[in-house]
Every structure is written in structure tokens, then in C-alpha cells.
Write a protein of this length. Structure first.
Length: 354
């Protein structure tokens, strides 16, 4: 029989226990219930639940900091239950982000009189389409809950603060041609051959490296897919190149789209997916104080995270969690035990500093 879930236990044991609670996307009811039961009787917190999203706020003072993390994981790959090998903790979500979740949940449980009011948000469905995202639902239905001086998203960042995040756009650039029998190819216009110009422009593209709030972001513009062809004896009349643009947070989505239209002038361009970036907001006093308390090191975030939802609400946000993001979602996903403990200790000290 599994041991009862206990948030007063060592933070590594809490992380191991959370790993062992299956919580693939859309299946977070059990883990949300376990955390709710562990926090609801804490007298210093007001706890409420919306679906499988859990919100806990300090009673003593108005929250000025949000600490949040997602409950779900990607599908299992034979990596449950957890296992401990030396000083590393292995298991589904160990890195992304059961260990970060453990730190946040234990802070909520343990820190009865923080010097800053804290709102903890533990939400569902981060690993799937944005339409299901629990934090997006909170932002839409209760936008005031994202309002704070600082938001800390416990995404794996290897124990280093990562400021803001890149924006992302996926577009389809289409080439039109004219069908013909391949035996009489000169009677048609090969759309796949016409895609050469798109690839040439991509090959010659020079990515920006702008500085945003003191952090240097490197952009990327890359073909991530190509489709075309009708049959083995037909000259194709259409070819579509799918392109992903990862842009620095000094550009808005409309500005990024305008840039792509300029790069691919002369071609039909369709936006398939888009998400804005997030500025780091490192100049904000609460953010600067947190950075100093965590050692002063800040790096730009490459990739998109839910910090963008806070940025859109006017709240500066950073990514800060245990685990190397480059091994997230892998079969052998793992995290350093020492990193879990040191991050919990650092954040606990920060919340209770005089």
C-alpha cells in the first residue's frame, strides 16, 4: 500500500510521491484532489478549486506574488513509478514538472507567514492544445488572479532564472503550379520546384539577436515541414512549406507576421498558429529582488511558456524550476535531488526574509 501523501515530508519525497500519481493531460482529477486535501485545512490559506485547477492564497496579506505550475504530464512511456538512482530522481514528469510542483506545493503548505502575500495556482492541461489550458481558463474567467508584482512559473530551467519567453508563429507558405503529365512536363509548372525560392530565402536569412530588458534573445526562422505531389506521373500544382518563426519578445504577433510577409513577399502566406512572447520585466523591483535572492543569474527563455499569459496581463514573470528542460518528456527524464532541495531552501528563505 502506498504511503499517505504528506506535504510536511522532505521535498524530494514529496516530488517522488507526486510522480507516482498518474496525471497525464485531461486526467488530473486525482492529483488535484490529493493536493486540495493536503492544503485545504491549512489555516493560513484560502483554497478553492475550479475543475482540475487549484488556487490557494495566503490569508494574512494580499497576494503580490504568484507561484504556479501545471499538474499534467505527457503520456507515460514505461517510466512509472519513480526510481532513485544515486542523487537523481527518475520518473514521468520528474523534470517537467513534478519536482517544481513539489517545491511550490510544499511552500504553500509550510510557509505560514510569508513576508509577501502569495497566490499559488496549480493548473491542468498545459501539455496539450492551448484551448484546454487551465491557466488560460483562469486568465479568461478570473483575470484578476494573474495580477501581481511577480509571477514565478516552475517550468524546468535547471535552477537558473529564465526571463520571459520567445513568441512563436507557424505559417504555411504556398507555391502554385499547373498540373501536367510528367511525360510532358513542359506543359505544366512544377510547384515543388517553385519551392526552391522559399528554401533559398530561408537559407540566406540572418536571424536577429536583439537585447530585451538586458537579455539577448536569438531568433530562429526554419522550415519544419513540406508537402506536395499528386501522383508519380503528375507534375504537382501545389507545394506548401510549413515554417516556424521563434521571435524575441520585443516584437508583437502582428509585427512578427508583417516581418514574415516581407521575407516571403510574392508568396501566399497563411498563419496556422501564433502565441506572443513575454518580456522579462527585470527592472520591476520585486523581480529584481527575486533575481538577487536567487543568485543574480538570468538567462533568456528559448521556447514558449505560460509566462506569456502573465505578461499579457501586465504581470512580469520568470521561469524558475528544477530539471534540465532538454531532457523533459524523455523516457529517462530525471532531476537532481540536490537541485530540488536547494531551490526549495532558496525560495523558502526568500519568502520569509525580514
Amino acid at each position: 500500500m502506498a504511503a499517505p501523501f504528506d506535504l510536511s515530508a522532505d521535498v524530494v519525497d514529496v516530488a517522488a510521491a507526486l510522480i507516482d500519481i498518474p496525471s497525464e493531460s485531461h486526467q488530473e482529477n486525482q492529483i488535484a484532489g490529493v493536493l486540495e486535501a493536503a492544503l485545504v485545512d491549512r489555516s493560513h490559506l484560502v483554497v478553492r478549486r475550479s475543475g482540475n485547477t487549484l488556487i490557494a492564497e495566503t490569508v494574512a496579506c494580499t497576494p503580490s506574488v504568484v507561484i504556479c505550475g501545471h499538474l499534467d504530464t505527457v503520456p507515460a512511456a514505461g517510466n512509472l513509478p519513480h526510481r532513485r538512482v544515486g542523487e537523481r530522481l527518475f520518473g514521468l514528469g520528474a523534470c517537467d514538472m513534478k519536482s517544481g510542483l513539489a517545491i511550490a506545493a510544499k511552500l504553500a503548505h509550510d510557509i505560514e507567514e510569508p513576508r509577501l502575500g502569495v497566490r499559488y495556482i496549480f493548473y491542468d492541461c498545459e501539455e496539450v492544445a492551448a484551448v484546454h489550458n487551465g491557466l488560460a481558463r483562469v486568465a479568461q474567467d478570473q483575470p484578476q488572479l494573474l495580477d501581481a508584482d511577480l509571477a514565478i512559473v516552475m517550468e524546468p530551467s535547471n535552477g537558473v532564472i529564465e526571463g520571459g519567453c520567445q513568441g512563436t508563429i507557424r505559417v504555411e507558405v504556398a507555391v502554385a503550379g499547373e498540373r501536367a503529365h510528367s511525360a510532358r512536363s513542359w506543359q505544366g509548372d512544377n510547384a515543388i520546384h517553385g519551392a526552391e525560392e522559399i528554401l533559398t530565402r530561408l537559407g540566406a536569412y540572418s536571424a536577429r539577436e536583439p537585447e530585451v530588458d538586458g537579455l539577448r534573445y536569438r531568433e530562429g526562422l526554419n522550415a519544419v515541414g513540406i508537402r506536395g505531389g499528386v501522383a508519380g506521373n503528375v507534375i504537382p500544382d501545389e507545394c506548401v512549406v510549413t515554417i516556424n518563426y521563434r521571435f524575441a519578445p520585443d516584437r508583437s504577433v502582428p509585427e512578427a507576421i508583417a516581418h514574415l510577409q516581407e521575407v516571403f513577399a510574392g508568396f501566399d502566406l497563411t498563419v496556422v498558429d501564433e502565441a506572443p512572447g513575454a518580456r522579462p520585466g527585470l527592472q520591476a523591483p520585486t523581480v529584481a529582488a527575486f533575481v538577487d535572492a536567487m543568485g543574480g543569474q538570468v538567462e533568456p527563455k528559448y521556447g514558449w511558456t505560460d509566462v506569456a499569459r502573465f505578461s499579457a496581463a501586465g504581470t512580469p514573470a520568470v521561469n524558475f524550476g528544477p530539471g534540465d528542460p532538454t531532457i523533459a518528456h524523455t523516457v529517462d527524464e530525471s532531476v537532481s535531488v540536490e537541485q530540488i532541495r536547494s531551490m526549495y531552501a532558496a525560495m523558502s528563505a526568500w519568502l520569509q526574509a525580514p
